[in-house]
Design a protein around this ligand. Structure first.
Ligand code: PLP
Length: 494
C-alpha cells in the first residue's frame, strides 16, 4: 500500500507519510487505494476487542509496519488508557439513534482516539525511516487537539511538541488543561487571533525555508499531529468499523444493512474517516455533516461553493469554530477521482480568493453522499435539555449540534434510518454552556464548582482527568502575535 499527495502524485510508504505529515507542495497524503474488509472479516471482528479490531484495520493501510509493530502501537495506545478499556462504546438514546461515545480517554474528547496512537505510529515510523533526527510536533488547536496531543506526546523520547491555541477561542477547562501540562519536551502558547490564524501560521512555518534550515541545524524535523496527518486519520476509521461490528453483534443491524452517521464537524477529519470506512465496506448510507453557526460546510454541500469570506463566530462549540476545513482537500481528491491538478487548482483558488466552486458530477456525488446542516447555540442548548429530560442522557455542546442537525435531517427527508451520532466530548469539558442549557440557576464563579454543580444536577460523575486538574500549577502563560509564532518556536526548541 502506497500513499500519494492530493496536489501532485507521489509514491510514499505509510511511515514516510506519517513522519512527514504534509507533502512538500502543501498537499495531504492519501492512500492510493482503499483496502476492503470482507464479510468474513467483519463477522470475525464482532468477536474481537477494540485493540484487535484496530490492528486489523491499521494492518491494511500500514503495510510497511510489521504485525508486531502494529500490535505494540495499538496496545500502547488503547490498553489501560480509556474507561473500562472501551475507547468507543455505543449508547442507545432512543428513536433509533446511538451515541458513539468517543470521550472516555485521558482528555475527555474524541481527539484521544487518534492522539493516543499517533506518538506510537510516529516514533515507530521515525525508527523505520532512520534519519536519527528529533521530531518537532507543531500543533494548531481549536481546543481539544492541543491537550490530546500534549497528553500523547509528553515525555515521548525523541519528540518535542509545540502547541498554539487562539487566546479567546477555547473554553476555560480546555485552556487549563493545556496551560498546566507537565513535561520537558512540551511548549504551549496562546496567539492573538482565531483558530484559522493559528492553523495558517503553523502551515506557513511548516514550509518556510528558513525554519527548515533552523531545524536541520539542530538535528530536528517538523511533523504534524493535526488531522492533516494520515496517522491521525487512520485511528478514526477504526471506530466507525468498530461501531458497525458492535451493531452487528447486538443485532441492531443485519450484515449489509445500512446506517447513517451524524458528525459534528470542524476540520472535516472525523467525518472523512467515516467516508474512508465506507470505502472499506462499512455500509453507511448518508454522511450527515453538522456545523454550528460557522456553517461554511453546510453552504458548500448545498451549493457547491466553498466560501471562507464570511464573518467568524465564537460559539459554545468552539472546537468547530473553523472556516477552513483542511481535510476537505482529501474529499475533493476523492470527488476529482484522483486528479491532483484539479485539487491543486481549487486549493490555489481558496488561498487567493478565499473560495472555490465545484459543479457537475463532483457536486452530484457530494450531495448524494452528504447532507449538510447547521444550528446556532440556542438550538444546541435546547437539544441538550431535551435529550436529558427525555432520555436522561447528558451530552456536550458539540454533540448537541449533531443531535439537532440529525433531527432536522429526519424532518426534511423522512429518512428514519438508524443514526450513529459521533459524541465528541464529555459535557464536563464545556460545563458552563451545558449548565446554561439545563438550569436557570446562577452559576458559581469557580470552574471546579461548576463541574460539581453539573454532577449534582445530572447524577453523573466528574471525569477524573478534569477533577484532577484542581490545584495544578499554570506553567504556560505566554501569548504572542501571529507574526511571532516562528520566534516562539525557535526559543522553545533551543
Ligand atoms: C475537533 C472536534 C470536533 C471537530 O472534528 P473535526 O475532525 O475537526 O471535524 C468536534 N467536536 C469536538 C469536541 C472536537 O474536539
Amino acid at each position: 500500500m502506497f500513499f500519494t499527495g492530493t496536489r501532485s502524485n507521489c509514491d510514499v510508504t505509510s511511515a514516510f507519510a506519517i513522519a512527514r505529515g504534509l507533502a512538500d507542495d502543501g498537499g495531504l497524503f492519501v492512500p492510493q487505494e482503499f483496502p476492503a474488509i470482507s464479510a468474513g472479516e467483519f463477522s470475525a471482528m464482532t468477536g474481537m476487542d477494540y485493540c484487535q479490531r484496530a490492528a486489523l484495520v491499521l494492518g491494511k493501510y500500514l503495510t510497511d509496519y510489521t504485525a508486531g509493530e502494529i500490535r505494540y502501537c495499538v496496545e500502547g495506545a488503547y490498553k489501560g488508557t480509556f474507561d473500562n478499556d472501551l475507547p468507543a462504546p455505543l449508547a442507545d438514546i432512543g428513536n433509533n439513534r446511538k451515541m458513539l461515545e468517543l470521550w472516555h480517554g485521558p482528555t475527555c474528547a474524541f481527539k484521544d482516539l487518534a492522539l493516543q496512537l499517533l506518538p506510537y505510529l510516529l516514533t515507530t515510523a521515525l525508527k523505520k525511516n532512520g534519519t536519527g533526527r528529533e521530531a518537532v510536533i507543531l500543533v494548531a488547536t481549536s481546543g481539544d487537539t492541543g491537550k490530546a496531543a500534549l497528553a500523547g506526546f509528553a515525555g515521548v523520547k525523541d519528540t518535542r511538541i509545540v502547541v498554539f491555541y487562539p487566546r479567546d477561542g477555547v473554553s476555560d477547562m480546555q485552556k487549563l488543561q493545556m496551560t498546566t501540562q507537565k513535561g520537558e519536551n512540551v511548549a504551549v502558547c496562546a496567539i492573538a487571533g482565531n483558530f484559522d490564524d493559528a492553523q495558517n501560521g503553523v502551515k506557513a512555518i511548516f514550509t518556510d525555508a528558513e525554519m527548515k534550515k533552523f531545524l536541520l541545524d539542530n538535528n530536528m524535523d517538523f511533523s504534524s499531529a493535526n488531522s492533516i496527518n494520515f496517522g491521525r486519520l487512520v485511528p478514526q476509521i477504526v471506530y466507525y468499523v468498530s461501531a458497525y461490528c458492535d451493531l452487528l453483534k447486538d443485532g441492531s443491524l443485519k450484515p449489509g444493512e445500512t446506517f447513517n452517521v451524524v458528525v459534528p464537524t470542524g476540520n472535516f477529519g472525523n467525518i472523512l474517516a467515516a467516508v474512508y470506512a465506507k470505502k472499506m465496506g462499512v455500509p453507511i448510507k448518508k454522511f450527515i455533516c453538522a456545523s454550528n453557526k460557522n456553517n461554511v460546510l453546510t453552504d458548500f454541500i448545498r451549493t457547491g461553493t466553498y466560501d471562507r469570506n464570511r464573518q467568524f463566530f465564537t460559539t459554545e462549540s468552539p472546537s468547530m469554530d473553523i472556516l477552513i476545513s483542511s481535510n476537505l482537500e482529501r474529499m475533493l481528491h476523492l470527488l476529482c477521482k484522483g486528479d491532483c491538478a484539479q485539487v491543486a487548482a481549487l486549493m490555489a483558488e481558496l488561498k487567493n480568493a478565499g473560495k472555490y466552486t465545484i459543479g457537475g458530477e463532483m457536486l452530484k456525488e457530494l450531495q448524494q453522499e452528504f447532507y449538510g446542516g447547521c444550528c446556532d447555540d440556542e438550538t444546541g442548548r435546547k437539544a441538550i435539555a431535551e435529550i436529558f429530560r427525555e432520555h436522561n442522557y447528558l451530552c456536550d455542546t458539540h454533540t448537541a449540534v449533531a443531535l439537532a442537525v440529525g433531527e432536522n435531517y429526519r424532518k426534511e427527508t423522512g429518512d428514519d434510518t438508524l443514526q450513529v451520532i459521533a459524541s465528541t466530548a464529555s459535557a464536563y469539558k464545556f460545563a458552563p454552556a451545558v449548565l446554561k442549557a439545563l438550569t436557570d440557576k446562577e452559576l458559581p464563579a469557580d470552574d471546579f464548582a461548576k463541574l460539581e454543580l453539573l454532577a449534582e444536577l445530572t447524577g453523573t460523575a466528574v471525569p477524573a482527568p478534569l477533577a484532577n486538574l484542581k490545584g495544578d500549577e499554570v506553567r504556560h502563560k505566554k501569548c504572542v502575535e501571529k507574526s511571532e509564532m516562528a520566534e516562539f518556536i525557535r526559543q522553545s526548541l533551543v
